[in-house]
Design a protein around this ligand. Structure first.
Ligand code: ADP
Ligand code: ZN
Length: 755
């Protein structure tokens, strides 16, 4: 203990208030609260004239404030820490790494209901306390038949029963129960009330077989290696690189079982829970089979506040030991964390695109480090970041090179659109080969998935007379045509207007719709396979809750022949009857101003191809492209990750791009582009002068999309080897710099989306 605390024999704590500012305030702890007021506890404290919640960050007195004048802690909200030590440490690291306030991170970590100090919601249960001998029961029947009725009902139950429910069902009053309680026959207990997310999945028929598979040799080897790592009971990271359909989930499940058996807690992250109810359902039924009675909390952004609170409390109290969820599940207060699994670790969805702009995978590795846990990163197409960590000896590598049951990886057929274009005067959306393959599938009663990574009908409206393209009036991008309701919509700001019949500029009727979208492909499919049952799946059609799951269930049940959708349907789906996958435009992801464009294209191709041929029949993949010679396409044909990684890493090395250095994006937004440029340049000069030895600057320059929602955008890039040395310095400079009021600036460390 520091000076002051010892002197006065008082207990003093430093508290991070959840009050919208980033500061530590100190309080004395009254005697009865001392046991509970530990580091990480949620407390109520007086600030000026109100009570606020806060998190105890340290125990000990401030160096620069007289202890006598400190105020007193008002309440410790829960008898357990709201932030276990590893999470508090993680919050501090994140604040330094991602250039944001500790308060904003604590806010992300703790559910809103908890931040408002929600109490524990409880329900009363009735249990038998003493069994009645036959004669006593007979006497009771005569004297108090209602009491006897209640007693007999409860005697037949295995578990204590909810009081309100029992009383209502038997139509007896509370006085009946209390009569029995007074005589020591019944006992009342309280239990926390909770709801369980995805309970309805089971009803929806999505419950997947719970029996474990017999591991094949490769799975067994991986399982043994993970068990050995877990037994070491210390921090480590393992990359599980397994081709699509190699049965990675089974390996994760075995590792989870091992961690649970050792008394540990587990966090399992998937890129997007709402989109992967299948994974969650499968995981849950298997986990519940492994450890009967195990509580598994599902955690994602679509939970209601009450559901989130329940899940959080279950983890914080140790009632539940497994959390499954999207990136924010990494902040679940898992007790005694032993294992973190990040499925599809390469997915950009792990990065949050608002403050705090953290990467769920990187944060997971750090949390594992702080908790002394094992972190397993799994993917068929690992990120180059994780792969270079293997090469550098920081991560272990496990490989599954074969699909289960010796199923073949699908055959990837490339359609060269240049040749198609020469053969036909107007280029159709679907090549002859793709059309024939679909017709063939329909005859064989097998299923097809078509991917096109743009929703809407076509990407832009072109007047062939004057060359005019209709742009959003608030953003500098072309508006997308949606035929379903004859509108032009901006995919950045959501603005929409009626699609014009004539060019808004010159009035000519010669309007052409350029580029492909899901609606146009759907229409094309209807034309070439009119008998097929077709469903479109993108954020336009899936806006209604549960629609996504309904469509997937119908697809699984064979009620849909062709599914047309954006990449959002490409994630982790496992449909045995899909034998054809078409990628309508492979070039779309390749020609974007992002140094990861090749990597993303390779991942996209391998992942979508991985959706084909997961059952007994072999799968076929047809990829349409104008650039068949591109490396991303060629390597993906063989699912040759090592080959692709070697080629791509050479380029990254030559340019000294990530993963060889970190990239930090600094965005400046405001209504006046000249002003943006001026201040961005002034700022860049200051950074160059102060930090020029530690960072390399690129820019400032106008962003690729110069305007979004009426705000202009300028940007600056920093390249560095040492984020935690540079970011706090940038933060300090940023706080001192005289920014104009109408300029907003955002720092994004390790950005994943560069456009
Ligand atoms: P991945 O995540 O590697 O693409 P999954 O874990 O989804 O693969 O597994 C693919 C399919 O193979 C699933 O339907 C799964 O139930 C099945 N599977 C996994 N392991 C085995 C095994 N050892 N034997 C038979 N089938 C298996
Ligand atoms: Zn717009």
């Amino acid at each position: 203990m520091r000076r002051g605390a010892a002197q006065h024999g008082a207990m003093i704590v430093g508290v991070h208030p959840l009050a919208g500012f980033d500061k530590v305030l100190h309080y004395r702890v009254p005697e009865p609260m001392r046991a509970a007021a530990q580091v990480g506890a949620l407390v109520r404290v007086p600030i000026v004239n109100t009570m606020k919640l806060g998190i105890v960050g340290e125990i000990g007195a401030p160096a620069d404030f007289p202890v006598e004048r400190l105020k007193t802690l008002a309440q410790v909200v829960y008898p357990f820490p709201a932030l276990p030590p590893d999470l508090l440490g993680l919050a501090r690291w994140m604040a330094r790494y991602y250039a944001c306030g500790l308060d904003s991170i604590i806010e992300t970590m703790i559910p809103a209901a908890v931040r408002r100090g929600a109490g524990l919601k409880q329900e009363k249960l009735l249990a038998i306390a003493r069994r009645l001998p036959a004669d006593e029961l007979a006497a009771l029947e005569k004297k108090a038949p209602a009491q006897a009725k209640l007693y007999r009902f409860l005697e037949q139950q295995f578990r204590p029963q909810p009081k309100a429910l029992v009383l209502a069902r038997l139509a007896v009053t509370a006085a009946v129960a209390s009569g029995l309680e007074k005589r020591g026959v019944l006992r009342e207990e309280t239990r926390r009330i909770e709801r369980t997310a995805y309970e309805d999945d089971h009803a929806a028929g999505e419950l997947v077989a719970a029996q474990p598979h017999r591991l094949n040799e490769e799975q067994q080897r991986a399982t043994d290696a993970l068990a050995a790592s877990l037994a070491e009971n210390k921090f480590g990271v393992t990359l599980l690189h397994g081709v699509t359909g190699s049965g990675k989930t089974e390996v994760y499940l075995r590792a989870i079982a091992a961690a649970l058996a050792a008394g540990g807690g587990v966090a399992f992250l998937v890129p997007e829970v709402a989109l992967t109810p299948q994974t969650v359902a499968r995981l849950r039924s298997r986990l519940e089979a492994i450890a009967p009675g195990l509580r598994c909390v599902v955690w994602h952004s679509h939970l209601s506040e009450g559901e989130r609170l329940d899940g959080w409390l279950a983890m914080a109290t140790g009632e539940a030991r497994v959390v499954v969820g999207a990136r924010s599940a990494i902040f679940a207060p898992v007790q005694n964390l032993r294992l973190i699994v990040i499925d599809e670790e390469h997915e950009p969805a792990y990065k949050q695109d608002e403050t705090p702009r953290y990467h769920g995978r990187d944060v997971a590795v750090m949390r594992a480090k702080l908790a002394g846990a094992l972190c397993v990163l799994g993917s068929a197409t690992p990120s180059l970041e994780s792969f270079t960590n293997v090469e550098a000896g920081k991560y272990k590598l496990l490989q599954l090179t074969q699909r289960v049951d010796a199923r073949k990886l699908p055959y990837i057929d490339i359609v060269d659109l240049r040749i198609e274009a020469m053969k036909q005067r107007t280029l159709p959306a679907l090549s002859g080969k793709l059309v024939r393959a679909m017709q063939d599938r329909l005859e064989r009663r097998e299923q097809t998935i078509l991917f096109i990574n743009r929703r809407g009908y076509s990407s832009s409206m072109l007047c062939t007379k004057c060359g005019h393209t209709e742009e959003c009036s608030h953003c500098s991008i072309a508006m997308t045509y949606h035929r379903s309701d004859e509108t032009l919509r901006c995919h950045l700001c959501g603005d929409q207007r009626n699609a014009p019949a004539r060019c808004p500029k010159c009035g000519a009727p010669e309007i052409r719709w350029r580029g492909l979208g899901t609606q146009r492909i759907e229409e094309a499919v209807r034309r070439v396979v009119p008998r097929a049952r077709i469903e479109r799946m993108d954020t336009d059609t899936m806006s209604k809750k549960n629609r996504f799951r309904e469509v997937l269930a119908a697809f699984r049940a064979g009620k849909i022949d062709v599914l047309v959708g954006t990449q959002m349907i490409g994630k982790g789906l496992d449909f045995p009857n899909v034998t054809l996958v078409g990628l309508v435009d492979a070039d779309m992801s390749m020609h974007v101003p992002d140094f990861r464009a090749n990597e993303r294209t390779f991942q996209l191709l391998v992942q979508v191809a991985g959706r084909a041929g997961r059952g007994d029949r072999a799968g076929e993949v047809i990829v349409q492209t104008f650039t068949p010679q591109a490396e991303a396409i060629q390597f993906s044909r063989q699912a040759d990750f090592a080959g692709f990684a070697a080629a791509e890493l050479k380029i990254r090395k030559d340019f000294n791009y990530p993963p060889y250095r970190h990239l930090i994006h600094h965005l400046f937004r405001g209504p006046n582009p000249e002003k943006l440029q001026f201040f961005a340049e002034q700022w860049a000069k200051l950074v160059e002068k102060t930090l020029g030895d530690r960072v390399e600057l690129r820019g400032p320059s106008a962003s690729p999309i110069e305007k979004i929602k009426d705000e202009y955008r300028w940007q600056l890039w920093y390249f560095t080897h040492a984020v935690t040395k540079v970011v706090p310095e940038l933060q300090r400079l940023r706080a001192e710099f005289a920014w104009p009021d109408d300029l907003t600036q955002v720092i994004d460390v390790d950005p994943v989306n560069l456009t």
